[in-house]
Write a protein that binds this ligand. Structure first.
Ligand SMILES: C[S@@+](CC[C@H](N)C(=O)[O-])C[C@H]1O[C@@H](n2cnc3c(N)ncnc32)[C@H](O)[C@@H]1O
Length: 252
């Protein structure tokens, strides 16, 4: 890694074993690491020479402006430092990584993207839910549940059962999303799951149906992914067939 350079690095869903080899290499050489709220602190142990700066946004608390983060990345790279911007999952999936890459490019700061293991597919996989499965689903749709204008048009455009639906940042809107899918003609018996803190010690999975998703009793303070579609039932089949330890929601 050359000096005066920024690596936008995906840290995966939490478990440091899901960091890529390239992510570990960039951390090992970093002079400073700017990290987000959902980054597991264990990942920072791979950066022995670095200083650390928390720049996470936490719900309900004052948080650092996006523009300030971009200014900090540019300032430290211009000082000749090896800067790692460490984001949960993949930096280009609901992580504002694209905005940071554009800001760096506009400032003439060299930058690279180090892809990460996104919770969009890691959380389902760790729970035994394939996003595609022959005969059940040949497509999947990933949406943000953050605001209705983000998910409603995408879900309304999807014929019932046409794809596995994955929702990030959607715990608080699970009732509204379930209602919208039911209104769009999805069967109330469609399997559904809520996957909390995937790959972490406190990982927890709720499984039920679309009819019950809105009332699922889950910890809304944990990071979570909603999954709706026929492939959710594959997890139940795997549980019946596989050794219990094989599917633990990815808990370490
Ligand atoms: C701002 S988005 C960042 C997504 C990230 N860039 C990715 O690719 O996973 C934060 C959302 O990611 C999801 N998320 C991140 N880590 C998770 C985990 N370990 N288990 C379940 N969901 C997770 C949750 O939906 C959370 O609200």
């Amino acid at each position: 890694m050359t000096r005066g350079f920024v690596s936008l690095v995906g840290a995966g869903p939490g478990d440091p074993e899901l960091l890529t080899l390239r992510a570990v290499a960039r951390l090992r050489e970093a002079d400073i690491v700017f990290y987000d709220a959902l980054v597991d602190r264990a990942a920072l142990a791979h950066a022995p020479q670095a200083r650390f700066a928390f720049v996470g946004k936490r719900a309900g608390r004052p948080s650092i402006e996006q523009r300030t983060i971009e200014t900090l990345l540019i300032r430290h790279a211009r000082r000749g430092e090896r800067v790692v911007r460490l984001k949960s999952g993949d930096p280009f999936v609901f992580g504002r990584g694209g905005e940071e890459a554009l800001a760096l490019a506009a400032a003439g700061v060299p930058c690279e993207i180090v892809p990460g293991v996104s919770s969009a597919f890691a959380a389902p996989a760790l729970s035994g839910i394939p996003l595609t499965h022959r005969g059940l689903a040949s497509a999947f749709l990933v949406v943000s549940g953050h605001a209705p204008e983000a998910w409603r048009p995408a879900l309304q455009s999807l014929p019932p059962g046409a794809a596995t639906v994955v929702v990030l940042m959607g715990l608080g809107s699970r009732a509204a999303i379930a209602t919208a899918l039911l209104a769009g003609g999805w069967s109330a018996r469609t399997p559904a799951a809520v996957l909390l803190s995937a790959s972490r010690r406190e990982a927890h999975t709720w499984r039920g149906t679309l009819a019950k998703l809105g009332r699922a009793d889950v910890d809304s303070g944990a990071p979570g992914v909603l999954v709706v579609g026929a492939t959710v039932d594959v997890a139940a089949q795997l549980e019946r067939l596989a050794a219990p330890a094989a599917l633990s929601g990815g808990a370490r």
